[in-house]
Design a protein around this ligand. Structure first.
Ligand SMILES: *Cc1c(COP(=O)(O)O)cnc(C)c1O
Length: 394
């Protein structure tokens, strides 16, 4: 019998999932508290607490909860001063949400390549773009070809690994760009010993169901800058100037997180360290078992980084291995193991109709990448099954 396991369809029972939430803490009691007190909607004690707890965890001053990570990015870009007609530097290798957020404000993403070692936005590519393709005038960068102002760099910490932020901050400071960091996949990871999200002008997190911790759905904008935080908070609540007379000073958004979601988020945040520990142990087992297999490359970790290995991702070099990334994914599927490729490189995305140059490193990593089951509750027996299946195929 053919296995029914189409993308989007629920996998058959007994399938080892790619990544599922683990809700073993205070979720029940915190949600019950919301129901018992009637605080279920877009204000309430858990929203305030979730913001405080995330800010403390990240080591920054302000956090503003939002309905999801994409909304967080949208507001962060507005607060960072990105305007219609501007350009924003985005890595070609990322989930599409940050590029979409750039488009929401009427700006255009400039897709630059990632570094081959750690797969994150390459500071060398950003430096070359600003030096060779931009003109610096009046403390601002202007794209020589399009004439547009390049207003911000939007690095993404993909797959639980931080981007090399310091050189990006240096470049941004020199040419008057803002740095809006998309840390949605990497809460809990460290850059040079510091939590990701602490050092950019503004950073965003997501609490979607497949992230390292979840609120069912949700996002957070964090910043050290009080004025930026106030602006994000204002825009997220319909830009209300006078709540009793309903006077609105701007076109705002209804982007606030509900107390119910924040309750789940607070309980999950208490388990973040456990999830990171589990994912790092899972990564160690994968690296040990698959490290010597010809044609299979392990997920990287820079010497200056502590990755959460949010989704443990291997590279399959089809010129060496007996399999390719895509045939490995179907083989695993036939053995009831869920895995998936990385995202289409954004310079190829029909949604963004990029007319610039190809980005070969992103291209290669996407051709070769396969994310393997990485749930915090993955058992060692199930992980053995995955490892055996990958070894057999390769
Ligand atoms: C998940 C994700 C987002 C968006 O978060 P949502 O909460 O799903 O809106 C943004 N950027 C990246 C890189 C992501 O992986």
């Amino acid at each position: 019998m053919a296995t029914r396991f189409e993308p989007g369809a629920p996998p058959p029972a007994g399938t080892i999932p790619l990544s599922v939430p683990v809700l073993h803490g205070n979720e029940w009691s915190y949600v019950k508290e919301c129901l018992d007190t009637g605080w279920v909607s877009s204000a309430g004690p858990f929203v305030d607490r979730f913001e405080r707890d995330v800010a403390r965890r990240v080591g920054t001053h302000h956090a503003v909860a939002t309905v999801n990570g994409t909304a967080a990015l949208h507001l962060a870009l507005i607060a960072a001063g990105v305007e219609r007609g501007d350009e924003v530097i985005v890595p070609s290798l990322t989930f599409i949400a940050p590029a979409n957020a750039v488009r929401y404000v009427g700006a255009r993403p400039v897709f630059l390549d990632v570094d081959p070692e750690y797969w994150q936005l390459d500071p060398g590519a950003v430096a070359a773009f600003l030096r060779d393709e931009c003109r610096i005038a009046g403390g601002e960068a202007w794209n020589k070809e399009t004439g547009a102002r390049v207003k911000a760099i939007l690095p993404v910490d993909i797959l639980g690994h931080p981007v090399d932020l310091d050189p990006l901050l240096t470049l941004a400071r020199a040419d008057g760009l803002a740095v809006v960091q998309d840390s949605t996949e990497s809460l809990g990871s460290l850059y040079k010993g510091r939590p990701v999200g602490a050092d950019a002008d503004i950073a965003c997190f997501s609490f979607n169901g497949n992230k390292i911790i979840t609120a069912g759905g949700g996002g957070m904008v964090v910043t050290r800058d009080e004025a930026l935080a106030a602006r994000v908070r204002y825009l997220s609540t319909q830009a209300k100037d006078d709540p009793s007379e309903y006077v609105h000073g701007d076109v705002g958004y209804n982007y606030r997180l509900t107390n119910l979601q924040a309750a789940v988020g607070c309980a999950q945040l208490e388990q973040l360290d456990d999830h990171v520990r589990r994912k790092r142990a899972i990564a160690r087992s994968y690296a040990k078992a698959l490290g010597g297999v010809p044609g299979i490359g392990s997920a990287p970790e820079a010497p200056w980084a502590r990755s959460t290995f949010w989704l443990y991702t291997i590279l399959v070099d089809a010129s060496v291995s007996r399999t390719s990334s895509r045939s490995l994914i179907s083989t695993l599927r036939s053995k009831h193991i869920e895995s998936r490729p990385l995202w289409q490189p954004l310079h190829r995305s029909p949604a963004h109709a990029w007319k610039g140059r190809d980005r070969p490193v992103s291209e290669r990593i996407v051709t070769q990448g396969v994310s393997l089951p990485s749930s915090p509750n993955l058992t060692s027996e199930d992980q053995e099954r995955v490892i055996d299946a990958v070894r057999d195929a390769a």
